[in-house]
Design a protein around this ligand. Structure first.
Ligand code: UTP
Length: 476
């Protein structure tokens, strides 16, 4: 007998009633046998004790964030050090990263389970047309990058894609429809993360319909468990993979695997490492890398007290300037150890407008203001659990083009502009004349495929000696 058919109404009722959530069964008698079965499975799959704990600690009585203990800025490796020994270390790190790629030891891992509500794109975010000229979907950018990198180092790269239960099917279909953008399907793995119910401010879990709770993915922190539960870690070990390059789905110019960063992380024996950007201004919306009582911790921009955020060094730089851009390197062994020992990341509270039905009538409600708490864990909360971690600085222009919205900050518009700015710099360094406007920004649009160049130094083939003002130039 399968697991699903063993789920009885009595068992589920005992669980939900014990934690004061009996209302979730109100409409059960109205459902068809098939709907009942599916709904009971959904309910039985949730951890009601955890939900109950979070109702108390995060929904009803949230604690205000306070920094207890001694807080300092986290140290980092500069990307353009003046010191010769430091320069040599970065050179060696790049060599180490290249060696790991030649040995097939690095996997790429994208977290693509988010809902992308700010962008409002109808489909998984990875399917969004992101590049300035060819409008390549984000997933295609990653596939091209990984193919080019694999070809360069003579070993195909395994790509793990975390989805959510909601977008798993459409994501897989999209890759299939596009023949995996030339990647070998054996090297592309999809797996969904877990979900959590949204909780009304009075503590009751919301129903999206009479036969379903209002569920949403449990945050990118859910990736550390999903990697394990899905068998991805076991698969990596079978393939001899020792390092994971973690990135977000929203950035078309991300270096899916940066040999220098992973090489540095590997050389230093780190378990989980991060890239950082120097913040543009004190309250920029980036998490802050800090050391609290000796432990590396990311403090969210909204939680960093003004008196710390505004502190400056004698040279005028922000004292707390290392901002997190959600690029990490993870040792496979670290993810394995976390899971085999058991670990729990804290849940964060986000007040959102969540579509739901009336608890009494089951009729859909019109939601005009935030009505519930969404519960999410964040991957950077695993940093304090590491024994060793490094941070490496990167340039904003080089690889930070996130698409969170259609316009404004971190939007399609800024991402396309960053792409051209980066590409213009690469071409100019190779001697190409690039037209610039009075404000210094490029007066053209440039898109470079990974097959043409992965690193700036790859632009030796001066196929274009000069770009005309207003031109659209695509290089592949
Ligand atoms: P965001 O913080 O941008 O969230 O995720 P989002 O859900 O995609 O977008 P909004 O806030 O609704 O507009 C950062 C990265 O983490 C992934 C996203 O897919 C993105 O790559 N993520 C986020 C997950 O994989 N799972 C989650 O539960 C949340």
């Amino acid at each position: 007998m399968g697991y699903a058919s063993e789920i009885s109404v009595a068992n589920v009722a005992a669980k939900v009633n014990a934690v004061g959530q009996g209302h979730v069964l109100k409409f059960l008698p109205e459902l068809s046998p098939g709907q009942q079965q599916a709904y009971l499975e959904q309910l039985a799959g949730l951890d009601w004790d955890l939900i109950n704990k979070l109702v108390q600690s995060v929904v009803k009585h949230p604690e205000k964030f306070t920094i207890s203990g001694d807080v300092k800025p986290a140290p980092f490796y500069e990307n353009k050090p003046a010191d010769a020994a430091k320069k040599q270390k970065l050179c060696d790190a790049f060599g180490r990263g290249e060696q790991l790629l030649r040995e097939g030891k690095i996997a790429a891992f994208v977290v693509a389970g988010g809902q992308g509500t700010r962008l409002g794109w109808d489909g998984p975010k990875g399917t969004f047309p992101s590049t300035p000229i060819k409008k390549k979907p984000l997933f295609q950018c990653f596939a091209e990058y990984l193919l080019a990198l694999g070809n360069r180092y003579g070993k195909p790269i395994a790509f793990y894609i975390m989805t959510s239960p909601q977008n798993d099917g459409p994501t897989r279909e999209f890759w299939k429809k596009h023949q995996y953008f030339g990647m070998d399907p054996k090297n592309v793995m999809f797996f969904p993360q877990d979900q959590m119910p949204a909780i009304a401010f009075d503590g009751r879990v919301l129903l999206e319909r009479k036969d379903s709770l209002a569920l949403s993915p449990n945050g990118h922190g859910g990736s550390l468990l999903a990697l394990w539960k899905s068998g991805a870690i076991a698969d990596m070990k079978k393939r001899g993979i020792t390092q994971i390059s973690y990135f977000q789905v929203d950035n078309p110019i991300v270096r899916c695997i940066d040999p220098l960063f992973i090489g540095l992380h590997d050389m230093d024996g780190a378990q989980m490492s991060s890239k950082m950007l120097p913040k543009a201004y004190s309250k920029e919306k980036l998490g802050n890398f800090c050391i609290i009582d000796g432990k590396l911790t990311v403090i969210e921009y909204s939680d960093l007290p003004d008196e710390l955020a505004e502190q400056r060094l004698p040279d005028g730089e922000l004292r707390f300037r290392a901002g997190s851009i959600a690029l990490h390197a993870l040792k496979v062994e670290f993810v394995e150890q976390l899971n085999s020992k058991g670990f729990a990341l804290p849940f964060h509270r986000a007040e959102k407008k969540i579509q739901c039905v009336d608890f009494e009538t089951g009729q859909p409600l019109k939601i005009e203001k935030p009505n519930a708490v969404k519960l999410e864990t964040f991957v950077f909360d695993a940093l304090p659990l590491t024994g060793k971690s490094i941070i490496y600085e990167t340039d904003r222009q080089d690889e930070f083009g996130p698409i969170k919205a259609m316009e404004g900050n971190d939007s399609v518009v800024t991402s396309e502009a960053t792409t051209t700015t980066r590409n213009a710099a690469w071409l100019e360094a190779a001697g190409v004349k690039v037209p610039r406007k009075a404000d210094g920004t490029p007066d053209c649009v440039i898109e470079i495929a990974s097959s043409f160049a992965l690193y700036p130094q790859d632009v030796v083939d001066k196929r274009v000696a000069e770009i005309k003002a207003g031109a659209h130039v695509y290089l592949e």
